[in-house]
Structure formats: C-alpha cells, structure tokens
Ligand binder design. Structure first.
Ligand code: ZN
Length: 525
C-alpha cells in the first residue's frame, strides 16, 4: 500500500535524498532512495551520539579488580575506561597530564614501570583526564572511553598521540598509496602527530588534503587549549554531529539532494559542504513548505510503521518483529491463504524474498543491534533457500553497521548479528507500558471477576464487613453487568451482606477497590 504509492515515484524519479528535520528537542535524519525511506536516525537531546566527542573528564571511581575507572564526562551517565585504553600510549597520556594544572601527585616518578602498571598508578580520584568516547552508552551502560584521541575529517584522520602515518587498506592501488604516503609524510606538522588517509582521499587534490590536515590540527590545538582553560569536566569537541554527518554522507554516497527544514541548519550545511563541493555536485535546499517535510515525503508514516510489531508485505505476507532479553526475532508469515492452482513454493519464495528486503530495511530504520534470528517460511528446495539467503546478504551490504550473517538452517532460520552503535528506535521513542508492565498482556475480565468473588467472600466471612461497595473500571463493570453482577449480589445476600457497584475510569482494568458502605472506609483486599 504505502510502498505501492512510492513505487510510482520509483519509476518517475530516480533519486536519492537526505531530509533533515530540526526541532528543539529532536533532530531527525531520513535517507530516501527513490522515494522510499531507507535509513533513519532520530536524535534526542539526551540520546544524541557521543562517539568521537572529546571531554575533559574527572576520575570519580577506580575499580581495581577490573582495572578500570569511571570518569565523569558531564553527560547523564559516567564514562568507563579500561587500563588497556590508557596503557597503549602511556607516555602521551602522561604528557597530557603534565600539561594539566591540578593532577595532584607526581606523575613523573611513575614513568618507568610500564609492564607492571596498575590502574591506580595511572589515575587518581578527582584527576582531570582527556578522553574520547569510542562506544555509545547503551541503556544504563556508560560510554566507553579511550585516551587515544583521533580526529576524523573527510579524507584524513589525525592521531595526536600516535606518530603513525599511513594509508587506509581499502586503497589498494600501489601508485596512489605511494603518492599519498609521500604526501602526508611531507606535511609540515610535528612528527609525533600521526595521520591516516581515508578511502575518500584517493580522489582528493593535494590542496584539499593540506587544508584538511590544517583544519584537523587546529581542532586539536583548540581541544588542548580548552582542556587547559576548562575549570571543570566538560565537553571540549563534538565530533559526530548529525548535521555534519548528513553532509558528509550526502557527498560520499553521491546523493542528489539535501533538504533541511531549519534555516540556521541549512546555512551550516552549506558551509560544511563548501569544503567538499569539488567532489560531488550536491543540491542543498531550504524546505519552507507549510506541510512538514517528514509528512510531505511519507517519512512520518514509515516511522510509525517501524514502531509496530507487525509489518505487512506487498506480497501478502507479514513480519513480526519481537524483542526478547537476549535477541531480536523476526518471523516471516505467509498471511492470506495461497490461491488454488498456484505453485505454493513459488508464492512462499516470493514472500521470503520480499521479506529479506524488508528485514534489511527494518533493521536499519529500527537500528536493531545484537543477535537477530529470522524465521523464514519453510521452502522445500535447497536452491530457493540459497536464493533467499543471498538476497538478505545483498540487502545488508548497504548497511553502515557491521553485520554477520550465518547460513540458513534446515528449519529456515537465519542467525545474524548487527553492530550495536546507538540506541534502537524503540529505545529512543518508547517506554515500557505501565499498564501491562511490558508484558503486552493483562488479565481477562473473567480472571478479575473470579478474584472479586474471592475478595468479597473473604471480606464478609473473615473481616465481617456487611456493606460493601465494589469499584471497578467502567469496562470491567460492563462485563460484570453482563455476566456476574446477579450472581455476586445473590451470593452476598446469602451471607447476610449487601453489595453495591460503582465505577472509576482512573482505575486499572485489572484492579478493583472495595469500600465499606457503613463508614466509607477503604477495605483491605
Ligand atoms: Zn501494555
């Protein structure tokens, strides 16, 4: 249905675009391929990405047994650093401490004994440290930190703590590798600062590379400067900003258009893009229509869909996406019964193939990470099973998160893992239902009615209450009127008591209250 509408666009417009929707508490990034939402990032103020950010942190707790420390980085959760992320460049790390004003303790003494070092020889409580987030905080787990700072540009990565100068392995062409290596080694910057050429550097001109190296070095200097001036722990450098990422992705993927609904952000995008404009002609437009941009492009509807458990497929099948404690499961179902005179296996294969496309897309939109089990509809032919597996692998190739897909089992299950890089969409947007406490289930009216019967009996025979007012949710009251009120009343009468009924729509459907009609006091159940 929804896809059907878009499939008209599909043939008419063959384009890729990125939409940015900026609100005061939320920033959303949507990547559309031929009009269909293909990737989505929802960033709330509290859940914005931290990876790449550099902080002046403060050591607040040292854990001997696991050789780690908790660092206050002025975010909602403390960060976490392991000794291996400090030791790798002990020397530089200590150098930074020397530049710090209030480290307490004399660090110079501790330089010699690297092999036997213990975390509390390196860190003291309250000490200020320069750290960078390498892994997003997830749930109650704090951000993983390192002291090996790296500052990434579009073409280069600056490594202020490592003297290494190299070229990404993805650039395989010998002459290009040699040219780039020579070039970055000749850059006029301190020899103990490292540089890596990223894949995109292969087409960049020498001037572009020099400009970027200078930018990165300036960023590093300003980080050091802010570190020294900061009186307390705080954010020094924000790297993985959604807006910057949108522009860089647009250039990298050669996207046709970037559409932004906020004027300030639009100008920021223009200025970021000006550095890369030689590489790809990107249209950057300010969206000012009265219909909100995500509504205009059908993204809002797709987000709604990605929060639901059931997803319909065009072929008539549907998916169930469920989360358990340990994994996610995606169940492929055939839906409407197959028509007579139709090759059943052929129908099933068609549903499974479409499911593969949709699963890959839903994993991206929902940003599902960790272990995932997909349960496809059984197929008789081995060849067809392979086709479905191949399709799934093909669709997952475009994913920027790292994925591993195992082979299909005889029962049609595919196990896979997807890198967890930030919260899932449901984690960002939803909270546990207080009504069913996350189980998705509540008691039936019949179950509650049986509890009520027991409670009334107890109240009369044990607590000797002879006038009772029962208060329930209107819906449960309706059920009782239809089925049980008569019985409950006569039962009460036979015990020489009187029962009244009342409703309160603030009450939980599964709960009920009893009051004494004599003194209006609430009765213990
Ligand atoms: Zn619920």
């Amino acid at each position: 249905m929804i896809r059907g509408v878009f499939s008209i666009y599909h043939t008419v417009i063959n384009m890729e675009e990125i939409l940015l929707n900026i609100e005061s508490k939320e920033r959303r990034y949507a990547y559309l391929k031929n009009g269909v939402l293909d990737d989505l990032i929802v960033e709330r103020n509290k859940s914005r990405q931290l990876t790449g950010n550099v902080y002046k942190g403060k050591v607040i707790n040292i854990l001997h047994n696991i050789q780690s420390a908790f660092i206050d980085i002025a975010e909602s959760e403390n960060g976490f650093i392991h000794i291996s992320d400090i030791l790798e460049n002990t020397k530089k790390f200590e150098c930074m401490f020397d530049m710090d004003f209030d480290t307490g303790g004399d660090l110079k003494k501790k330089r010699s004994s690297k092999s036997t070092q213990d975390i509390d020889q390196l860190l003291n409580i309250d000490q200020s440290v320069l750290v960078q987030v390498v892994k997003e905080p997830i749930g109650s787990k704090g951000a993983r930190l390192t002291s090996n700072i790296s500052i990434a540009g579009r073409y280069l990565v600056l490594l202020p703590n490592t003297p290494h100068r190299g070229v990404s392995r993805k650039i395989e062409d010998r002459p290009t590798r040699d040219r780039l290596k020579r070039l970055i080694r000749s850059f006029e910057m301190p020899q103990d600062i490292g540089l890596i050429c990223r894949t995109a550097s292969r087409h960049a001109t020498t001037d572009l590379l020099i400009n970027e190296a200078t930018d990165l070095l300036n960023s590093w200097h300003s980080i050091m400067d802010r570190f020294q001036k900061a009186s307390d722990h705080q954010l020094l450098f924000e790297e993985s900003d959604l807006i910057k990422r949108a522009v860089v992705t647009a250039v990298e993927r050669k996207i046709d258009r970037l559409l932004i609904d906020d004027y300030q952000t639009y100008k920021t995008c223009k200025s970021i893009y000006s550095k890369y404009s030689e590489e790809h002609p990107l249209k950057i437009e300010y969206y000012r229509d009265s219909v909100p941009v995500f509504e205009r492009f059908g993204v809002e509807r797709e987000i709604e869909r990605s929060l639901q458990r059931k997803i319909w497929l065009q072929s008539g099948g549907y998916l169930f996406v469920d989360r358990t404690e340990a994994m996610w499961t995606i169940d492929v179902n055939s839906g409407r019964g197959a028509k007579v005179n139709v090759d059943v296996e052929e129908v099933i294969v068609r549903i499974n193939l479409e499911a593969s496309d949709e699963i890959a897309r839903q994993l991206r939109l929902r940003n599902i990470g960790g272990l995932i089990i997909c349960d496809f509809i059984d197929m008789r032919s081995r060849k067809n099973r392979r086709r479905v597996l191949e399709r799934l692998k093909e669709c997952m190739k475009e994913d920027s998160a790292k994925c591993t897909i195992l082979k299909m089992s005889d029962l049609g299950l595919i196990e896979m893992t997807r890198q967890r890089n930030r919260e899932s969409l449901t984690q960002t947007m939803l909270t546990e239902c207080p009504y069913c406490r996350g189980s998705g289930l509540i008691k039936t009216n019949e179950s509650v009615s049986i509890e009520i019967e027991r409670a009334i009996k107890r109240s009369i025979s044990i607590s000797k209450h002879y006038g009772i007012r029962l208060v329930t949710h209107p819906e449960l009251d309706r059920y009782l009127s239809n089925f049980d009120k008569e019985y409950l009343s006569s039962m009460t009468e036979s015990m020489n008591a009187k029962l009244e009924f009342a409703v309160d729509d603030a009450i939980h459907l599964n709960e009920f209250q009893m009051y004494s009609t004599i003194n209006d006091q609430k009765l213990e159940l």
